[in-house]
Design a protein around this ligand. Structure first.
Ligand SMILES: [Cu+2]
Length: 360
């Protein structure tokens, strides 16, 4: 190689290096932490109040296209990040950077990417993080807005609704550095947090009214999009499957504990309600920059968003956390159980007379 060529290639290398640095913009020396993501309804280990300065929070999502049950009679090709519907909750603090490694193994059939509603620019990163089967990509973005936010796959055109209604969505929680505060601005800490991802499914049926089966995801795409145009879901489920969070899989808690519920719906409106309880605090629209609303019976999750609600449990026993469109909750699947341990308080509720013959 002559001297001029060497100079040119060194120059190009510097340019390329410069471009990489511009995208991965956490300043040199920023401490990094690897966040171990977990399957919902659980949330990764995290500090509610940030310790020290901003960090680079590293997360890894691996695409898995897999068959899942919508209920006992229907299965669907779920397009997932890390194998769950919804995808895992990612947690950082305002001012942190999130470094996503997105891996699309060769065994998959399609390209996938991520649009982070919490991120700023390039369609939420979707223009920078698209990967074909056999590729991986790293995207770094700064958490500018505190709140809870949806992320979802958005590879372009009809693939956007197809991937999103096939389960390819999750949520990010960006906590204020000092943690959450109540309506009076006082610190509000939670004892537990649960992430409820609500999924609307539009599964095609055959002439006999049975749910169709497909050998791989793309085979059912045209049918599913046609069914979806009706805007009438065949299923509305929590955690990917009707009954995934009921019975033995009920969410758990104790009397006196404060529980934070993070509820996301990437495509459709929802209206969470806790039967037998309330929301003490609701961060309407998912924004932690705003003062939370207080004492709600039912709150609203606009399609394409996540919302956080906090409640201190006052009584033990069964609660049902559902979408209070009761048709969707009972007939289509959008219900979870919450089992609370503790001592009953007769001051709050008592059966003052057991059922018996009418006395007058
Ligand atoms: Cu996708």
């Amino acid at each position: 190689m002559n001297k001029a060529l060497v100079k040119l290639s060194v120059g190009l290398a510097v340019l390329c290096f410069g471009a990489t640095q511009a995208m991965a913009n956490a300043p040199k020396g920023t401490p990094s932490v690897t966040q171990e993501l977990v399957a919902p309804p659980f949330v990764p280990k995290h500090d509610q109040v940030a310790k020290g300065g901003p960090k680079l929070v590293k997360v890894r999502l691996v695409v898995e296209e897999k068959l899942m049950k919508a209920d006992a009679n229907a299965s669907y090709w779920a397009l997932t990040f890390n194998g769950s519907v919804p995808a895992p909750l990612i947690i950082a603090h305002e001012g942190d950077w999130v470094e996503l490694t997105l891996v699309n193994p060769k065994s998959n059939s399609m390209a996938h990417n991520l649009d982070f509603h919490a991120a700023t620019g390039k369609l939420g990163g979707a223009l920078l993080d698209k990967v074909a089967p056999g590729e991986e990509v790293v995207l770094t973005w700064k958490a500018l807005k505190p709140g809870v936010f949806v992320y979802h796959c958005a590879p372009g055109g009809t693939m956007i609704p197809f991937h999103t209604i096939s389960g390819m969505n999750g949520a990010v929680m960006i906590l204020p550095r000092k943690g959450l505060t109540d309506a009076d601005g006082k610190p509000w800490h939670y004892d537990r947090a649960y992430y409820i991802g609500e999924q609307d499914l539009y599964l095609p049926k055959d002439k006999n009214g049975k749910f169709k089966k497909y050998a791989q995801p793309l085979e059912g795409m045209a049918d599913m999009l046609e069914t979806a145009k009706s805007l009438v879901p065949s299923h509305v489920v929590f955690n990917g499957t009707a009954g995934a969070l009921t019975g033995d899989n009920a969410l758990k808690g104790k009397v006196g504990e404060r529980v934070l519920f993070i509820h996301s719906q990437a495509n459709r409106d929802s209206r969470p309600h806790l039967i037998g309880g309330h929301a003490d605090l609701v961060w309407t629209g998912g924004s932690f920059s705003d003062t939370p609303a207080t004492g709600y019976e039912t709150w609203f999750v606009p399609g394409g968003s996540a919302v956080a609600a906090g409640y201190k449990f006052e009584q033990p026993g069964l609660y049902v956390y559902l979408s209070h469109n009761l048709i969707e909750a009972v007939l289509l699947g959008a219900a979870a159980h919450m089992m609370i341990e503790g001592d009953w308080n007769n001051d709050i509720m008592e059966q003052t007379k057991a059922p018996g013959p009418i006395s007058k």
